[in-house]
Ligand binder design. Structure first.
Ligand code: SF4
Ligand code: SF4
Ligand code: SF4
Length: 326
C-alpha cells in the first residue's frame, strides 16, 4: 500500500473525516493490493507433521524478545472510558499456554483422528506477518510499521495502546500491556491504554541477514526460513508430497508464515474448537479473506456516514416544513 493511502486510512481510523482524496481511497486499485513485494520478503515454514510440541521455539522467543517487554512500576491508570479495559499481564509473565504481551509464541495442541489413526497436532502460533497487514494500515498513531522483509513491528516510542491493532487483526495477535509506554506521560486516563506486543519477526535480525531464534532453536528441523518465493515453492512441494495443505500463503492476502500439514486445516480447526483450543489468546485458523477488501469496505462506510447523516438531516428539515404548512 502506498504511504499516502496508508496515512489517509490512519487519519480516518483516528476519527478524521472526509478529504478531497476520499473517492480515490474508497475505490481501491489492483496494483495497490500488496503492502510489500514478496520478492523482498522472508518467510518461515512450520512443518506441522514434524513438530512434536517440545516448546524449544517458545523458550527461544521468550529469551530473545519477551524478556525485553517492560513491566509497569505501579498500578495502571484507570481509563475514563468504561469500554477501555487495562490489561496487566505483568504478574502472569510465566504464562505459556496462550499469547500474552510477554509470550509472543505458544503451542496450540489438539488430538484428532485422521485416516483411521489418532494424531497429536502441535501448532506453534504467532503473528503471520501479512504482506498487506491491516493492523499497520489502521494504527492511528503510525506506531506499527512493516519492513521490506515483511516483519510487522510496533515502535514503543509512538504506540499509545489505542487498541486498534488487536481488533484489525483477523486472528487478534497483538496484545496490549497496560501501565507502560508514552501514554502515561500524555493523558493516561483519557488517551491510550499501554503498549502493543506480538511477534515482531525479530526484524533487526532479519535486516542483518540472520535467522530468527525460534527457527534456529527447533531440534526437529520443523521450521524453515528463507526468501518468500523459495519458501512458498518449498511449502507447495512439501504439501504435494504428502497430499497435504498449506495455510498462510494465500490467507489474508498472503503472509510470511506457512504451515504445512498432511491433515486438512479445517479438521484441525474443528478439533481445536471442540477441545477448547480456540479463545482469548488462542487464535483460530479461520481464513481471513483479503485484507484490503475489508479495509476498503470500512473506509467506504466511514466516508459514506457523513453523507448519509446529511441526507437524513435534509429529509427531517423537509418533513418539518411540510408539517408547518397550513
Ligand atoms: S497476523 Fe494480524 S497482527 Fe500479524 S501482521 Fe497480520 S494483521 Fe497484523
Ligand atoms: S520471529 Fe522472533 S519474535 Fe517472532 S516468534 Fe520467533 S523469536 Fe519470537
Ligand atoms: S521447537 Fe520445533 S518441534 Fe519444538 S515446538 Fe517448536 S517447531 Fe515444534
Amino acid at each position: 500500500m502506498n504511504p499516502g493511502r496508508r496515512t489517509a486510512l490512519r487519519l480516518l481510523a483516528a476519527g478524521g473525516m472526509l478529504s478531497a482524496a476520499a473517492p480515490a481511497l474508497a475505490a481501491g486499485d489492483e496494483e495497490d493490493a500488496a503492502g510489500i513485494a514478496p520478492e523482498e520478503a522472508r518467510a518461515v515454514i512450520i512443518d506441522v507433521d514434524a513438530c512434536d510440541g517440545c516448546g524449544a521455539c517458545v523458550e527461544a522467543c521468550r529469551a530473545a524478545r519477551g524478556a525485553g517487554v517492560p513491566v509497569p512500576r505501579g498500578a495502571a491508570p484507570r481509563s475514563l472510558w468504561s469500554w477501555v479495559r487495562a490489561r496487566d499481564w505483568s504478574d502472569r509473565r510465566d504464562v505459556r499456554w496462550r499469547l500474552t504481551p510477554y509470550n509472543w509464541m505458544y503451542i496450540q495442541r489438539c488430538s484428532l483422528v485422521w485416516k483411521g489413526r489418532r494424531r497429536a497436532i502441535y501448532l506453534p502460533r504467532r503473528c503471520f506477518h501479512c504482506l498487506n497487514p491491516q493492523c499497520v494500515s489502521l494504527c492511528p498513531t503510525g506506531a506499527l510499521r512493516q519492513e521490506r522483509s515483511g516483519a510487522v513491528h510496533a515502535s514503543p516510542d509512538i504506540c499509545l495502546g489505542a487498541g486498534r491493532c488487536p481488533r484489525a487483526c483477523p486472528w487478534f495477535f497483538p496484545k496490549i500491556q497496560a501501565g507502560v509506554g508514552p501514554y502515561l506521560n500524555i493523558f493516561p486516563r483519557l488517551l491510550g491504554s499501554g503498549l502493543s506486543f506480538k511477534c515482531d519477526f525479530c526484524w533487526e535480525r532479519l535486516r542483518d541477514g540472520e535467522t530468527p531464534p525460534c527457527v534456529r532453536a527447533c531440534p526437529r528441523g520443523a521450521q524453515h526460513f528463507g526468501p518468500w518465493r523459495d519458501m512458498a515453492r518449498l511449502a507447495d512441494d512439501m504439501a504435494a508430497e504428502r497430499d497435504g495443505e498449506v495455510f498462510g500463503k494465500l490467507e489474508n492476502g498472503g503472509t510470511c508464515l506457512f504451515y504445512v500439514s498432511s491433515v486438512p486445516f479445517w479438521h484441525i480447526e474443528a478439533a481445536l474448537l471442540v477441545q477448547r483450543g480456540i479463545g482469548p489468546g488462542m487464535p483460530s485458523l479461520r481464513p481471513a479473506g483479503v485484507s484490503m477488501e475489508r479495509e476498503n469496505a470500512a473506509t467506504r462506510l466511514l466516508l459514506g456516514a457523513p453523507l448519509f447523516g446529511a441526507g437524513l438531516a435534509a429529509l427531517r428539515l423537509w418533513r418539518d416544513r411540510q408539517r408547518k404548512r397550513p
